[in-house]
Ligand binder design. Structure first.
Ligand code: NAD
Length: 499
């Protein structure tokens, strides 16, 4: 059985804890590898060596660090197919979707080529008589990234780009479900010129995560995953005075107004609801048509499109719309929630419960499901399902629809489909959700804007990538300078204004 270890001090090393987790091929249900789960001692050694390597890296001028990012962009492009293949094999998503995963991460590395500009700081000439004042952005030291299974290339790259180009060393703890791609990216970082020890990839589970959280050396932790773990990490990280940004789960609503282009809205819902088997934090899981006529027109268009979706392994190429979910446990949880929807009185319009794929009977495939007449008290409305299940909740008015999204505990993404600028503008202004689409179903911001949810979808006050990425991984120091030749008075004992 293939064993997957860690990336420490510029090379792959085997785990020594004796503990392993299974890595599945989600299409067949077979265990294809075992990933080592680091002990606290292995983690501590990786942190100590990162702290040593960070000193010289921080002293390397920003432009040289940016050149490593530039080289990395070239290498990610060169190895795009190889990375996407490894990603699909462990995650199960289709090959084009896996390339998108790498591409969206790569775009943040492209943005980080501009690190010298982001780190420039501010300068005030003559802030007082003979006094200059300037602010620097300095790296924090050793920082950590803890990432989920559903974007094993993109989210590690979102963490690494701003952290490394700012002069930090990073401990990356990827998901134990699909650990290969982060290790391949670490090898590309070395090839791009990143010094050994500056990026350590430590595979593991709760033991490694708790070690990161309790470390006095690690100064910041960027987390993405489910909400209960995000909350846990946010509070435990604070106990050692770390910065933490923790992004959690989602339940994204798409509101469809009576004046929307119904064909466009139906296409958008199918892609955003079922793409990647619904295993996206920006997937649309709730459709809210406004008015009975809208609901009927939408349903009529949606049903044949959903019934025609092709589910299969990534190896079937372009013939597949979405693949299996990540584990047997994820599949069981999705089907349990579907049963709860039926039991609580929702209408299961498209029923994927009996879906079977010939030759892949043990794979973690889940057929597409559509519920109609869902109400806000049902578990399928309140809970993140993270599977190919779309719920339609009918609203009588726009006000009822927006209130629904406002009142939901999650606030990651949302969308409205309408031809009316006034309604769209009102929606964008009033909604308490971090990322908003107007006739765009999955409004993932590009690298130079920031990504982050509100309410129980995000804990911490800075977002991922864009300018916030640099703010999170650096701290400001402000220097007030007066040179001896400028001192023309005696000692001053009062707290002086600069006048
Ligand atoms: P998860 O919370 O199970 O795992 C995320 C990370 O936390 C992994 O590295 C895992 O090893 C670690 N972890 C898991 N249990 C832990 C525990 N008890 N103690 C300490 N660490 C633990 O999430 P997942 O299943 O890998 O990913 C799916 C979730 O991530 C969904 O809820 C999805 O919405 C969310 N997500 C959110 C965003 C966002 O930007 N808001 C993006 C992608 C995914």
């Amino acid at each position: 059985m293939k064993e997957i270890g860690h990336w420490i001090d510029g090379k792959l090393v085997a785990g020594t804890s004796g503990r392993f987790a299974d890595v599945y091929n989600p299409a067949t249900g077979e265990v294809q590898a075992k990933v080592a789960l680091a002990s606290k001692a292995e983690l501590d050694a990786a942190i100590a060596s990162a702290a040593e390597a960070q000193k010289a890296w921080a002293a390397t001028n920003p432009q040289r660090r940016a050149r490593v990012m530039m080289a990395l962009v070239g290498l990610l492009n060169r190895d795009m197919d190889k990375l996407a293949e490894a990603l699909s094999a462990e995650h199960g998503k289709t090959f084009p979707d896996a390339k998108g995963d790498v591409q969206r991460g790569l775009e943040v590395i492209e943005y980080c080529i501009g690190a010298p500009q982001m780190l420039k700081g501010d300068f005030t000439d003559s802030a007082g008589p003979g006094i200059d004042m300037y602010s620097l952005r300095q790296p924090l030291g050793v920082v950590a990234g803890i990432t989920p299974f559903n974007f094993p290339a993109m989210i590690p790259l979102w963490k690494m780009g701003p952290a490394l180009s700012s002069g930090n060393a990073m401990i990356l703890k990827p998901s134990e479900r699909d650990p290969s791609v982060p290790l391949m990216i670490a090898a590309l970082c070395k090839e791009a010129g990143l010094p050994d020890g500056v990026l350590q990839v430590v595979n593991g589970d709760k033991e490694a995560v708790d070690g990161i959280l309790d470390s006095e050396i690690i100064r910041a932790v960027g987390f993405v995953g489910s909400t209960p773990i995000a909350q846990y990490i946010y509070s435990r990280a604070a106990a050692t005075g770390k910065r933490a940004q923790c992004f959690g789960g989602a339940k994204n609503h798409m509101i469809i107004m009576p004046d929307a282009d119904m064909d466009q809205a139906a296409d958008a819902l199918v892609g955003a609801g079922y793409g990647a088997a619904g295993e996206r934090c920006m997937a649309i899981s709730v459709a809210v048509p406004v008015g009975e006529g809208t609901a009927e027109a939408l349903r009529e268009r949606l049903v044949p499109k959903i019934e025609a979706l092709k589910v299969g392994p990534y190896t079937a190429g372009n013939d597949v719309d979405f693949g299996p979910v990540v584990t047997a446990a994820a599949k069981a949880n999705i089907l349990r929630l579907v049963e709860s929807g039926v039991a609580q009185g929702a209408e299961l319009v498209v029923d994927g419960r009996d879906f079977k794929l010939q030759g892949y009977e043990n794979g973690f495939f889940v057929g597409a499901h559509l519920f109609d007449h869902v109400t806000t008290d049902m578990d399928i409305y309140k809970t993140e399902i993270f599977g190919p299940v779309l719920s339609m909740v009918r609203a009588k008015t726009y006000e009822e629809a927006i209130t629904m999204a406002i009142d939901h505990e999650y606030g990651n993404g949302t969308a409205i489909f309408t031809r009316d600028g006034d309604t769209a503008r009102d929606f964008a202004n009033r909604i308490n959700i971090g990322m908003v689409g107007i006739n765009v179903p999955i409004p993932v911001p590009l690298a130079y804007h920031t990504f982050g949810g509100w309410k129980k979808s995000g804990f911490g006050d800075l977002n991922q990538h864009g300018p916030d990425g640099f703010r999170f991984y650096t701290r400001t120091k402000t220097v007030t300078a007066r040179w001896p030749s400028g001192i023309k008075e005696g000692a001053a004992f009062n707290f002086k204004a600069m006048d």
